[in-house]
Structure formats: structure tokens, C-alpha cells
Design a protein around this ligand. Structure first.
Ligand code: ZN
Length: 289
């Protein structure tokens, strides 16, 4: 007897944007013939919609609210740009949630410091106190995970790095147009997604023009331009807006947008105080500084 089997392969995110349909013919002796396997999407397989998140800093409430929001964006993948721990009271839970979301994860300075890969001499008193607490709280498995994180993600469409792409292990900030101008020559990608300052911004570099910082909620990238994009911080925004922040970039239309998300701030502040972490770390979340 002959059987017909239809198979469908698709990417693993919800509401997948591509799939392949195959039809097999086989008989009871397990012989089969693959008739065809074809891509059924209208857009190319290589068009990707990506959510960029960073600087979660152990803030589980902000992270889970951002995850809920990302579901509405129907992205193909999530890219994490460093600092899953430091400051907040749920470092282990945030690491485990991150591991369930993506394999695309880069290290931040707090991650490497918590894992003992670098000294904390550049940390201020609040960060240093939180670092000690985090080191004492992390499980061995999660410490090893932090140790394993790479400094940068060299993707086909972009470079992803926590701090300045010029020397990622020096953890330099790219705050303004001058900082950005100095690093555009140090990488070859058209787009570079960064983090570290906790402030969303886009630096645009057009031919023979000075670098311009922009702060739009939406942007269409110029085909001849180069860009450094900071999507802000999930767990400790510092641009005066306390809502969690992340970015979405779609290669199909070359468009980017920033998303801000409310979360249960009071619960996070209670946890920080209950853990004995510095009170200032709870206070600053309410003012976004
Ligand atoms: Zn950070």
C-alpha cells in the first residue's frame, strides 16, 4: 500500500514568516520518494525581523513584560547585547529566561565582571556592591554561562556589541556624535547595534556628512548610510523615561522602531530593598536615571 505524507518545516518563533512544504510518497516497506520541497513564503528566507534587547540587569519584571511585548512583534529572532545581571535582584531567573529565548547573546561588562573575567575597578560604589551580591547569588551553571558569552556578534546583516565596537573589551561608551564619529571606521558592517549607555539613540553616517544623533521612535535606514543604533535598556533605562526599552529591525523594509513597555516597578523596587541591595538602585528605576 502507498501512503502520501505532507511535511511542513518552519522557523520556531510564533506566527512564522517562512515555511517549507514537502510531500513524500512511501510504501509499507519504508521506501520513500521526496516529490518536492519548496519555500512557500512570499518574502525571501533571508529577510529577518529581529528584536534587540540589552541591559536587563536582573530586572525580571521588566524582562517578562518586554518578552510579552516582543510576542506582538512576531520577530524571527531575539538578539541580546549584554548585561543580563548587575543591579537587580533576579540574576539567575533573568539568565534562565534569556537562555529560553535565544542563542544570540553577547557579554556586557557586568556579565564578565560577575563571572570573574574582568576586574570591577571601573565600577562605582553602587555597581560594586551589587556585583558582590550578584556573585554570591549566581548558581555555578549561570556563572559558567556568563563566562561563555562572546564580546560581539558578527552577523550577516549587522554587528552586535555591548559597548564601543572599536575595542569591545575596553567597555567604552558611545554617548554622542563625537564618540560615534571615532568608531565608524573601526567596523565594516553597515549597521552596528550597541548598548551600555542605557539611552536609545541612532547615529547616522552619510557619505561626506558629519555624524548626526537622532532619537526617533521609528526610522527607515538610508540604503547608502551607515548606522550605530542603541535600543536603550530593558531593566534600567537612563533617558528619563522609566519604561523598559527595546528595538526591532526588519531587513525586508530596512525599517527600525523603538518600543517602550510599562512594567511592575513597585515589585522590582521591593525585591531590591528586600535583597539588601543599595536603596538608590530601587529609587533610580522610578525616575529612569
Ligand atoms: Zn548596563
Amino acid at each position: 500500500m502507498m501512503y502520501v505524507l505532507m511535511i511542513r518545516l518552519s522557523n520556531r518563533m510564533e506566527k512564522s514568516r517562512w515555511q517549507q512544504i514537502g510531500i513524500c510518497l512511501f510504501n509499507t516497506e519504508n521506501l520513500y520518494i521526496l516529490l518536492y520541497l519548496r519555500n512557500t513564503t512570499k518574502t525571501s528566507l533571508y529577510h529577518m525581523k529581529t528584536a534587540f534587547i540589552s541591559d536587563v540587569h536582573g530586572n525580571l519584571e521588566a524582562f517578562t513584560s518586554v518578552c510579552e511585548s516582543i510576542k506582538q512583534e512576531h520577530v524571527d529572532r531575539i538578539v541580546f547585547l549584554g548585561d543580563i545581571v548587575g543591579y537587580g535582584a533576579n540574576p539567575n531567573e533573568c539568565i534562565e529566561l534569556l537562555q529560553s529565548l535565544t542563542n544570540y547573546a553577547a557579554a556586557g561588562n557586568h556579565d564578565w565582571a560577575a563571572a570573574g573575567r574582568q576586574s570591577a575597578h571601573a565600577f562605582n560604589a553602587f555597581a560594586a556592591e551589587a556585583l558582590e551580591w550578584t556573585r554570591a547569588t549566581l548558581t555555578r551553571e549561570n556563572m559558567l554561562f556568563l563566562r561563555s558569552l562572546p564580546l560581539s556578534l558578527d552577523m550577516r546583516e549587522f554587528l552586535g556589541v555591548h559597548a564601543s565596537p572599536s575595542m569591545p573589551d575596553r567597555w567604552r561608551y558611545v554617548f554622542n556624535a563625537l564618540d560615534a564619529e571615532a568608531v565608524f571606521g573601526t567596523f565594516s558592517h553597515r549597521l552596528c547595534f550597541i548598548a551600555h549607555t542605557h539611552c536609545p539613540v541612532i547615529f547616522e553616517k552619510l557619505v561626506d556628512a558629519p555624524v548626526v544623533p537622532e532619537f526617533p521612535a521609528m526610522a527607515a535606514f538610508h540604503p547608502c548610510g551607515r548606522y550605530i543604533i542603541n535600543c536603550g535598556s530593558v531593566g534600567q533605562p537612563r533617558d528619563g523615561d522609566p519604561r523598559a526599552s527595546y528595538g526591532v529591525y526588519d531587513t525586508s523594509d530596512n525599517r527600525y522602531h523603538l518600543v517602550r513597555v510599562e512594567y511592575d516597578l513597585l515589585s522590582v523596587q521591593k525585591k531590591i530593598r528586600r535583597a539588601g541591595l543599595p536603596d538608590y538602585l530601587a529609587y533610580r528605576l522610578s525616575v529612569g536615571r
